[in-house]
Design a protein around this ligand. Structure first.
Ligand SMILES: Cc1cc2nc3c(=O)[nH]c(=O)nc-3n(C[C@H](O)[C@H](O)[C@H](O)COP(=O)(O)O)c2cc1C
Length: 390
């Protein structure tokens, strides 16, 4: 059955993927309260309906991170796309490119930036974790530059990896070799096994020349995680600013004070993010944090947002509250896991159609018109206030 929304796509992904991987994607930190809040807090806002406006098809193109794109959302960094579908990074990149939007490649990827760039010519961003090994870090920056990357996302909300209890239960946390549990979980999904077998043995793309990080992907992932610099501070952002000529985006900001610090230390933009509720459980939802951050940094600084976006109307609400654009995480990952490139394309098409219908019923001819209208396009859940209460 064709998935008619992202939740259907999630169910299709669950049927296709080994349970261990599905739970890794789907789960959050500890009690998953922040992950749930990311979804639930969209209901704090209602959309303003406006009739008889003569609006036909809405123009969804808009500008974020300094470039005009066909759609107000892009594909954000998700580690190990190539484990959820064979050559997953390539498939997702091609889907994004065909839709006229960028994909941000995670540090934890199987495909290399160079291969993706050479085969697709797509608009690629790169997500960096600052590693203790600054030499490797500098090498990664050069690789990104060579692959035509002009926007670097520095992820800053992973000083320590939170416990994701589904992974603990599945025996997937800090796993460094194949275990009977993992093998059994994989054997139960023969179609996935076949797809992966065709793609060849997965390894972390950027560690091809670094045997010291381990011989299999599990060891590489574990060693790379251990190499993430836990003592990272704003001085390191300055180091990065000096060593990266392109646009610098700080991903993982949830307060106005941190957004202002990002600007002070040379960032061009922030991503309002709590890592999809996978890190600080109990932290604010991103949609609740967004208005204060936009208010603090003013209209000039770039503000992106991610966390819980599964509906076109979620995206419309974020744009009305001051985001320049939205980054998808699990939504497109479900599509990829469900059916590869067509699955990602379907996710993009579903969200595009939902946004277009939503804007038309709001009497708005374009995403830019929505951005100009801003909070006046929303009311609170009681339907009375134009500027929503925080
Ligand atoms: C399976 C998975 C892997 C992720 N890997 C990374 C990563 O490597 N780097 C990163 O900055 N964020 C990573 N994220 C976080 C996403 O970029 C994003 O912040 C989050 O998924 C947004 O929430 P959503 O999935 O509810 O849309 C990952 C998220 C998931 C679900």
């Amino acid at each position: 059955m064709t998935p008619v929304n992202i939740d259907d796509m999630r169910k299709a992904a669950r049927r296709r993927l080994p349970k261990i991987f599905f739970d890794y994607i789907d789960g959050g930190a500890f009690g998953e309260a922040t992950m749930r809040a990311n979804r639930e807090d969209f209901a704090r806002y209602r959309l303003e309906q406006s009739v008889l406006t003569g609006v036909d098809a809405a123009d969804l193109s808009t500008t974020y991170l300094g470039t005009r794109h066909a759609l107000p959302f892009m594909l954000g960094p998700v580690g190990f796309l190539g484990l959820y579908a064979g050559n997953g990074e390539m498939k997702a990149t091609k889907a994004a490119h065909a839709a006229g939007i960028p994909l941000c490649l995670s540090t934890f990827s199987i495909a290399s930036l160079a291969d993706l760039h050479a085969e697709t010519g797509a608009d690629l961003h790169f997500q960096l974790y600052i590693l203790k090994d600054r030499g490797l870090c500098a090498e990664l920056l050069r690789t990104a530059e060579d692959a035509g990357v002009d926007t670097l996302h520095l992820t800053v909300d992973t000083a320590v990896t939170a416990v994701r209890e589904r992974d603990v239960r599945n025996g997937f946390r800090s796993l460094e070799r194949l275990t009977p549990g993992l093998l059994l979980s994989m054997a139960r999904r023969p179609r996935w096994c076949l797809d992966m077998a065709r793609a060849g043995t997965p390894k972390v793309g950027m560690l091809r020349e670094r045997p010291a990080f381990g011989g299999n992907i599990l060891q590489q992932a574990a060693n790379l995680s251990r190499n993430i610099d836990k003592t990272l501070c704003w001085r390191d952002v300055e180091w990065l600013r000096r060593n990266w000529k392109g646009k610098l985006v700080i991903k993982g900001v949830l307060s106005a004070a941190d957004a202002l610090s990002a600007r002070k230390h040379g960032a061009d933009a922030v991503v309002v993010s709590n890592h999809g509720g996978r890190q600080l459980d109990g932290a604010s939802s991103t949609i609740a944090a967004l208005p204060a951050i936009r208010e603090a940094v003013g209209p000039e600084m770039g503000v992106m947002i991610d966390g819980g976006f599964r509906r076109g109307s979620d995206i419309v609400k974020a744009l009305a509250l001051g985001a320049d654009g939205v980054m998808l995480g699990r939504a497109y990952t479900y599509g990829l896991a469900a059916s590869g490139r067509p699955g990602v394309e379907r996710v993009i098409a579903l969200l595009r159609d939902e946004i277009e219908i939503t804007l038309t019923l709001m009497g708005l001819a374009s995403v830019d018109a929505l951005k100009r209208k801003g909070r006046a396009a929303l009311t609170d859940a009681g339907g009375r206030l134009r500027a929503p209460v925080r």
